[in-house]
Design a protein around this ligand. Structure first.
Ligand code: GLU
Length: 281
């Protein structure tokens, strides 16, 4: 059975880019006689707000979408992510990183061979790690690509199936390149889990067969496919879609204050008009 999802984070109001993504996923589910789920990705309690979450339901309903209930909210399932993190920890696949975001950015800039070298040099000697933990210094957990590679005997045997396309037109059965993202953070200092781990755990727990989302997350699929392999989870098929752009060719983004679905609605645009504009009739 085909199962897909739309997984927004309630950190702002939805805009056209979200609507396009949700409509792509729902159309695919309908064409495959499959299921369409909504998942609320709200692990970051500092940025998520209840009014944004309520607006997601309202705006998607206005667009004419229907999804199954109950809706999975990540903040209700922190134990699931903690268990996955523990499993990776028991196998020595993660390490503590005490650097601040700024320190990581600086060390990447200075690394002669780019991000990989910077990230890989972060695992500390055990005594120093112990000392800093005892001193109560905050840390994030990062995935060790070096150890993952050692455990799997290289990444050569791992591929992801892309039925859409990456930003460079990548499609088909693609060898994964997790080094694109370096040793990603799997648990943030303040939150206890981070995006890649939560997504991979949820996609598996919810039986997602097809991940349909924007091309901006294509690179993320490489490390997510690796995490699926390390955790022994079923890998979904990916369908990354093009990113919708405005009249001047700029992609819609929260940070650029893209017009929100509620603003569109307030100035009288109907859901039918919006769907038609985006190619959904
Ligand atoms: N929550 C992510 C976002 O809003 C999407 C995650 C995903 O589709 O894998 O960008």
């Amino acid at each position: 059975m085909f199962v897909t999802r739309f997984a927004p984070s309630p950190t702002g109001f939805l805009h056209r880019g979200h609507a396009y993504s949700a409509l792509c996923a729902q159309r695919a589910a309908r064409e495959a006689n499959g299921r369409f789920l909504l998942r609320i990705e709200d692990i970051d309690r500092t940025r998520c707000r209840p009014e944004f979450e309520a607006a997601i339901h309202e705006d998607l309903g206005w667009l004419g979408l229907a999804w199954e209930r109950p809706v999975r909210r990540q903040s209700d399932h922190m134990d699931d992510y903690a268990r996955a993190l523990q499993e990776l920890g028991e196998r020595g696949l993660i390490y503590r990183c005490f650097m601040t975001r700024r320190q990581v950015a600086e060390s990447i800039e200075q690394a002669p061979h780019g991000a990989m070298e910077a990230y890989r040099s972060q695992a500390l000697p055990p005594e120093e790690e112990e000392r800093r933990v005892a001193a109560g210094e905050p840390y994030a957990w990062r995935l060790s690509l070096a150890r993952a590679e050692g455990l799997l005997g290289g990444f050569g045997g791992l591929a992801m199936r892309e039925e859409g396309a990456g930003p460079g037109g990548e499609t088909g059965l693609l060898p994964i390149r997790p080094e694109l993202g370096g040793d990603v953070v799997l648990a943030r200092k303040d939150v206890g889990v981070a995006y890649h781990l939560a997504v991979v755990v949820d996609d598996a727990l919810q039986g997602i067969t097809h991940v349909i989302r924007g091309q901006d997350l294509f690179e993320a699929a490489h490390v997510q496919r690796l995490l699926q392999a390390l955790l022994g989870l079923q890998a979904p098929v990916y369908r990354h879609h093009r990113l919708l752009t405005d009249a001047s060719g700029r992609r819609y983004a929260k940070r650029d204050k893209a017009e929100t679905l509620r603003e569109l609605r307030a100035r009288g645009v109907t859901a039918a008009e919006l769907r038609r504009e985006m190619g959904f009739d």
